[in-house]
Write a protein that binds this ligand. Structure first.
Ligand code: HPA
Length: 243
């Protein structure tokens, strides 16, 4: 039985570190999803690249519902996701790993619930603690073992994208308590909660957000930093599976 899934964000497109990988297509009421299934230390692990294999799906067009539903259908109980993020906080520097513990939702046009009335009903899901404390603790333990610095806690601001933010937007987010900014954690974390799946995000700081430092922001800068840190992020997630 597959218990854990990894959702790879920007820079994480293949199920490296998994053995005996096979691809399946899982059909859901929201669309079909390609899922890789493989083994790590004897455990079955599922993998989905959130942006597609070639980074061809922008954040606002990801079929979040199909992805999460597909994982539920496979019996997944835990999801570990990666997310490239900008930092609003000098304490969180490019290259650092932060486990988000809260979010501020600034998305606009996304299918963000499985419960749209009618037969599906209406459900108001508790979101007091959106990111699973147990999964975060396992990631912290893995970080200690591997000597990878992991900050446990940070408020993730989710924007609609695909553009980066203005300096004024970042200043506002900062005043509201935002510490990290990205484009994908919402509604992914909420949909997982609606289906009773534990979810944690390993946010990888790729840059200081707009206006926090001087200079403009480019996607290639984000990709370059992800390339340098992805192996560490993979090891962190895989090692956390044993805790
Ligand atoms: N803003 C939004 N999303 C991001 C950023 C950013 O600065 N960096 C990486 N993903």
């Amino acid at each position: 039985m597959v218990k854990t899934a990894i959702i790879g964000g920007t820079g994480v497109y293949d199920p490296c570190l998994l053995e005996d990988v096979r691809e399946i297509v899982e059909t859901t009421p929201y669309g079909s999803v390609k899922v890789s299934l493989g083994k790590y230390a004897g455990m079955e692990v599922a993998f989905i690249p959130r942006h597609g294999l070639e980074h061809s799906i922008p954040p606002h067009l990801i079929n979040y519902r199909a992805n999460i539903k597909a994982l539920q259908q496979l019996g997944i109980k835990n999801i570990l996701a990666t997310a490239a993020v900008g930092s609003l906080h000098f304490e969180f520097k490019p290259g650092q790993f932060v486990l988000a513990d809260q979010f501020l939702d600034f998305t606009k046009n996304r299918g963000s619930t499985f419960y749209e009335g009618g037969e599906a009903g209406v459900v108001h899901c508790d979101m007091t603690v959106p990111y699973c404390p147990e999964l975060r603790e396992a990631l912290v333990k893995a970080g200690r073992e591997l000597e990878i610095q992991v900050q446990n806690g940070g408020t993730y601001v989710c924007t609609e994208g695909p553009r980066f933010e203005t300096a004024a937007e970042i200043m506002m987010f900062k005043q509201l308590g935002g510490q990290l900014v990205g484009m994908t954690s919402v509604p992914e974390v909420c949909l997982a909660r609606e289906l009773g799946i534990c979810y944690a995000t390993v946010a990888i700081v790729t840059n200081f957000a707009a206006g926090i430092t001087t200079g403009i922001l480019t996607h290639s800068e984000v990709l370059e930093l992800m390339k340098r840190n992805i192996e560490l992020a993979r090891s962190l997630m895989m090692s956390s599976l044993k805790y």
